[in-house]
Design a protein around this ligand. Structure first.
Ligand code: AMP
Length: 417
């Protein structure tokens, strides 16, 4: 694969997979342009070299149908403003060859939402997986997906993938298209490169001690990452809703707390595995319990193993905050995924704030800290800490799969693997 730093785009047409799946309000206005800003270094380099840009992205989940409320036409002006050049719009991504051919160096074209075509995702529509005809429909769709990708590829001389958020998907624009460019003319963009370097620091370039903090609601959705991290970390803090599955597995009472009763053995296995690997597994000792799932609920602090009937643990308690902070403050590598409590309610955001404070302190003392996966990013933003940690990932599912140790199809396709 080529390297974007060394590549000269002069006179070339570059088709760039970006992640412009930005949130819109009911008037179609962008409410958070982080993803557009994230792609700018790559896009500006291509234009500055004297290349022309063909931008492609998905927005939302139109499931292979044209949905005007998910049209990328709504964001053309914002992309033009961010890029500093007037961006043209191709209202049908599969019929844009003339518009692409007409592009001159320094010009840019944005294609309509790729997912208006089912070929982008490559899943047959309108047929159930249980239907005997499903396999044939899938084969047919995969063939169509190749044609769709080949057509997109024909617009350009070079392919750049800068959409880390969709790199875990084997879609036409994220992976299949790469087959139609030779190794010297396909590459990852700057944003993708930064994301992959951040993951590499966490998985392969570890400075010790390494502390990972996994929170969120359920252990079942995080088990792949927990298992992979168990091979790497010195301290593993497990918090959030999954605390109560562990407490119940250890013989505690958890009241109305969120608890996966079918995962009690899994929790015990994780505890045993940590012991066997010499990993310091840190669980909450106390928690802030509420008598209802609301910000204004009555609260009490109790042992995480002794939650009274009718009460539910919605945050970690003061002893746990100190215990967690101790395992974070002296770390040299830190990964945070998932809040310690229901941080969306201010009264139950204290534990997550304590974690964020400790990460910021460790980062000031030279640690590499990566925060990623949806809700923990929302957490650092809520506390105003986004620029005080080493790296905030833009990828949700892609980041989690990369940390699980899975090869991302979007990256593999470019590397020719
Ligand atoms: P996840 O998507 O699995 O990372 O979970 C994030 C969600 O977990 C957030 O919306 C939190 O509100 C929720 N969460 C964290 N701690 C708890 C808890 N103790 N009880 C219920 N939900 C929780």
């Amino acid at each position: 694969m080529a390297n974007i730093n060394d590549y000269n785009f002069a006179g070339k047409k570059a088709i760039v997979r970006v992640d412009f799946n930005v949130p819109l309000n009911e008037k179609g206005e962008i409410t958070d342009d982080t993803r557009i800003r994230g792609a700018l270094p790559t896009l500006k380099k291509i234009l500055a070299d004297g290349g022309s840009l063909i931008l492609m992205s998905h927005m939302g989940k139109p499931k292979g149908k044209v949905k005007p409320e998910l049209s990328l036409g709504q964001i053309v002006d914002a992309v033009s403003a961010a890029l500093g050049v007037k961006v043209a719009f191709a209202p049908d991504c599969a019929k844009a060859s003339e518009a692409a051919a007409a592009l001159k160096p320094g010009e840019a074209l944005l294609l309509e939402n790729l997912r208006f075509y089912p070929e982008e995702e490559g899943k047959p529509v309108g047929i159930d997986k249980a239907d005997p005809a499903y396999d044939d429909a899938k084969k047919e769709m995969k063939a169509k997906q190749k044609e769709f990708a080949k057509n997109l590829a024909s617009y350009a001389d070079v392919y750049v993938n800068d959409a880390f958020g969709t790199a875990h998907r084997k879609h036409a624009s994220t992976a299949v298209i790469a087959d139609y460019f030779d190794a010297d003319n396909k590459m990852v963009g700057f944003l993708m490169e930064k994301e992959l370097n951040a993951v590499d620091n966490i998985l392969n370039n570890i400075k010790r001690p390494f502390t990972a903090i996994m929170g969120g609601s359920k252990v079942s959705t995080k088990i792949g990452i927990i298992e992979n991290l168990m091979e790497k970390v010195d301290n593993l803090i497990l918090c959030g809703g999954m605390t109560y599955t562990f407490m119940k597995a250890l013989g505690g009472t958890v009241g109305d707390s969120i608890c996966e009763n079918d995962k009690l053995q899994l929790a015990l296995d994780i505890i045993d595995k940590a012991k066997a690997k010499g990993v310091n597994l840190v669980l909450a000792e106390d928690c802030v319990c509420a008598d209802s799932f609301s910000n204004d609920a009555n609260t009490q602090v109790c042992s995480a193993k002794e939650i009274p009937a009718g009460w539910e643990g919605l945050d970690i308690g003061p002893k746990s905050r100190i215990k967690f902070a101790d395992a974070i403050k002296n770390a040299k590598t830190i990964l945070w995924n998932g809040p310690a409590g229901v941080f969306e309610f201010d009264n139950f955001a204290v534990g997550s704030k304590a974690i964020a404070d400790a990460i910021v302190e460790a980062t000031k003392n030279g640690a590499f800290s990566l925060v990623g996966g949806g809700d923990s990013v929302a957490c650092v933003n809520k506390f105003g800490y986004a620029d005080q940690v080493s790296y905030v990932s833009t990828g949700g599912g892609a980041l989690l799969e990369a940390i699980e140790g899975k090869v991302l199809p979007g990256v593999a396709a470019i590397k020719g693997e």
